[in-house]
Design a protein around this ligand. Structure first.
Ligand code: AHR
Length: 497
């Protein structure tokens, strides 16, 4: 029996907030083959004049990513930025402990900034609050942002950049509540380090924005306790607090896995509640916003030990259709919480848990690339509250879950609607009904599907799961109808009257 129609009700005045473009950010870590053999590969036949891979950058360009977090992740907690600047021949080869790899420092701050300018990406640097000191963090801000004329800004100028790099976004460490983190400490000690770093960093450049390190996962004992303690101690110095989430389907329960968007909603709402609680308690006018600076699907490839090698193959996850629908679920959730989530970074961008893989000079675009691309190009505007009424199922982990997941963005005279059909076998008819909104026509529509939840792109069959034109959309009487195939994600742009 076909599914009953789902009604998506949108009201022009029921806005959540403007969608911050920085929600469509990425994350580039010195891990595995993300930097070396990923974005930077002077030996490749695709290398540009700066040693960067033009094929990889060309694919990433389609994602129109914004904030690009660098250089880690766990890597950041053992990284000394000074090792990665200056003449390449003089940079030290170091034993890297987070991923047990060999780090030759041939790609560092200046190479990263040049890449950010070229893409263009918004630079976002993570300082080392593990084995590093607050003063080292302060010095990095001077290197990047101070006008020439002082010790570290003159060093930058001597390295070929007389003008400041102007890095506005800085993360105060990474996953410092995790015992695996180099320099891990309890919340009260992290808070002291972070406050000292924040003060000195803002003393050098008061225009920068700082992301305090939040607890690294909902399963941690420190979840929320850490966040509250850190927010209370840092006070107004914290512009954002970080959230991380990696999800997977290890038990092969696809319907439960596809319901994870509700879990993301919950994590965001809990962290926002912590921010609002501390703000109220402190009687402060300043609200800390959320920076979801690591998120993705990650559960299949757990190879994390580089065995002392340079550019080892680490966590090179292969993604399928259900993973792509879950990635869409994260993005739906960020749009639905546009009032609270201001930055988010897909972890990561190439080879390491990434939408793009390389093999020698070959490149493969994975399934998760497409929902990001489909939403990123429709990201401008104000998020509308998406009221979904329709058939639902019981998910073991997330309770009653509508088969259709939705989010929407109002962009002047255009309306972007994003729909996922989580049903394994049935098509879903969705009626889009607007109040104060009259749909006049269809501008564009794409759909991502692939027949089977486990369908994946491969070097032999690279177009198994790709976005295609979606023709099953009709407009009538100021509303619209779309019929999504089973296991599908659609991005539709309507013209409004
Ligand atoms: O993205 C891979 C790793 O996952 C990051 O380095 C770390 O922050 C997280 O645990």
């Amino acid at each position: 029996m076909p599914l009953e129609t789902t009604r998506l009700h949108l009201h022009r005045e029921m806005t959540v907030g403007p969608v911050d473009p920085r929600v469509f950010g990425g994350f580039l870590e010195h891990m595995g083959r993300a930097v070396y053999e990923g974005v930077y590969h002077p030996e490749s036949r695709h290398a540009d004049a700066h040693g960067c891979r033009s094929d990889v950058l060309g694919a990433l360009d389609r994602l129109q990513m914004t904030a690009m977090r660098y250089p880690g992740g766990n890597f950041a907690s053992g990284y000394h930025w000074i090792d990665g600047v200056g003449p390449k021949a003089k940079r030290p080869k170091v034993r890297e402990l987070a991923w047990q790899s060999l780090e030759p420092n041939q790609f560092g701050t200046d190479e990263y900034i040049r890449l950010c300018r070229a893409m263009p990406w918004t630079p976002m640097l993570t300082v080392n609050l593990g084995t590093g000191t607050p003063e080292e963090a302060r010095d990095w801000v001077e290197y990047c942002n101070a006008p020439a004329g002082t010790r570290f800004s003159d060093l930058r100028a001597a390295h070929g950049s007389p003008e400041p790099h102007g890095v506005k976004l800085w993360c105060l460490g990474n996953e410092m509540d995790g015992p695996w983190q180099l320099g891990h400490v309890p919340a009260d000690q992290y808070a002291i380090r972070a406050q000292q770093a924040a003060k000195m960093m803002k003393d050098v450049d008061k225009s920068i924005e700082l992301v305090a390190c939040g607890s690294c996962g909902i399963g941690m004992d420190s979840y929320m306790k850490w966040d509250r303690a850190v927010l209370e101690y840092l006070g107004d110095a914290a512009d954002f607090i970080s959230l991380h989430r990696y999800v997977g389907n290890p038990k092969n329960e696809t319907l439960d896995y596809l319901a994870v968007g509700a879990g993301i909603d919950r994590q965001i709402e809990e962290m926002d509640a912590a921010c609002r609680f501390v703000q109220a308690q402190r009687k402060s006018k300043k609200r800390a916003y959320l920076c979801f600076d690591e998120w993705n699907v990650w559960y299949k490839d757990q190879q994390m030990d580089g065995a002392g090698k340079f550019a080892p193959h680490l966590v090179e996850e292969v993604y399928n259709l259900e993973d792509a629908l879950v990635v869409a679920g994260f993005l739906h959730s960020f749009v639905r919480h546009a009032d609270a989530v201001k930055i988010a970074n897909l972890a990561q961008i190439v080879n390491v848990i990434a939408p793009v893989l390389t093999r020698g000079d070959e490149m493969l675009v994975q399934s998760i690339f497409y929902p990001f691309e489909m939403m990123s190009k429709r990201r401008n505007g104000v998020s509308l509250r998406a009221a979904v009424r329709g058939p639902a199922y019981e998910s073991k982990s997330h309770g009653t879950t509508p088969y259709v997941e939705a989010s929407a963005i109002l962009d002047g005279a255009r309306l972007h609607v994003f729909l996922t059909n989580r049903h394994l076998t049935e098509s879903a008819e969705v009626a889009v009904e607007g109040a104060g909104l009259s749909i006049r026509g269809l501008e564009s529509a794409e759909v991502l599907t692939g027949g089977d939840a486990k369908a994946a792109n491969s070097y032999d069959a690279p177009e198994t799961v790709v976005a295609r034109t979606f023709s099953n959309v009709s407009v009538a009487g100021g509303g619209a109808k779309a019929v999504l195939p089973p296991l599908a994600f659609a991005a539709i742009t309507f013209e409004l009257a």
